[in-house]
Design a binder for this molecule. Structure first.
Ligand SMILES: [Zn+2]
Length: 230
């Protein structure tokens, strides 16, 4: 049962290709955006955006790494990579404002974020044990276990789908705030948009990959059950 299946690659190849293209675009647009100067650092831009919304107690810390920027909802802290924290560039303020956008979503209970956070435990369990349950279920001919595996794999796809509005909304909040607060002008926002759109494409690729993986296993399970019936 653990053999190489070309059908798997037929299913997930489009998503893998899109993921590679998105990754190239992120690197390219990030470095282009880093050559465009901004009025302040990523730290200052995020601080202004948080303060403008009354989120004075959301902290901003520096975290090691490249593009390691994220918002930690349990600690209520933005963690920015050194380049974004200190950088006075379109890329730095764009990414910092995107992460501040997640802090705003958290503070104002943005519905897709609430749903996404609720789905995290089951999706984590699903990505760890879904495949395992499916393989054991197929191997031992336990249909219930196989379908439980599929349901767990589906929970991962569900998580990725709800994650999309969360990511798009954080970028929309970032672009609006950067202009409203006068942090970037009309020329600079073009480069901010390019960086954030490329980042969004990586999430689209991940979502596509999880949906196609689910479809693949649904087809395989269909094939297995019809073979058993013969
Ligand atoms: Zn994000």
């Amino acid at each position: 049962m653990f053999y190489f299946d070309p059908l798997y690659f037929v299913f997930v190849a489009p998503a893998m290709l899109l993921a590679v293209v998105a990754q190239i675009m992120v690197s390219r647009n990030y470095s282009i955006g880093n050559s465009v100067g901004a009025r302040m650092s990523g730290y200052a831009a995020a601080r202004r955006m948080l303060d403008a919304n009354g989120l004075y107690d959301v902290g901003i810390e520096q975290v090691p790494g490249h593009l390691s920027d994220h918002y930690d909802p349990s600690a209520k802290v933005l963690r920015l990579s050194p380049e974004v924290y200190h950088g006075q560039t379109a890329s730095a303020v764009g990414i910092a404002a995107h992460e501040a956008g997640h802090a705003l979503q958290d503070a104002f209970r943005y519905a897709p974020l609430v749903i996404r956070n609720a789905a995290v435990p089951i999706a984590n369990f699903g990505s760890g044990f879904g495949m395992f349950a499916l393989m054991i279920g197929i191997g031992l001919g336990i249909k219930f276990l196989a379908w439980a595996g599929v349901a767990l794999i589906a929970s991962v796809a569900f998580f990725q789908i709800v994650n999309l509005p969360v990511e798009f909304d954080a970028s929309a909040r970032a672009k609006a705030a950067l202009i409203d607060l006068g942090i970037v002008d009309g020329d600079e926002i073009y480069y901010v948009r390019k960086v954030l759109n490329a980042a969004a494409l990586t999430y689209v690729a991940a979502t596509l990959q999880s949906i196609l993986t689910l479809l693949y296993y649904l087809v395989r399970l269909g094939l297995f059950s019809s073979r058993n019936d013969d």
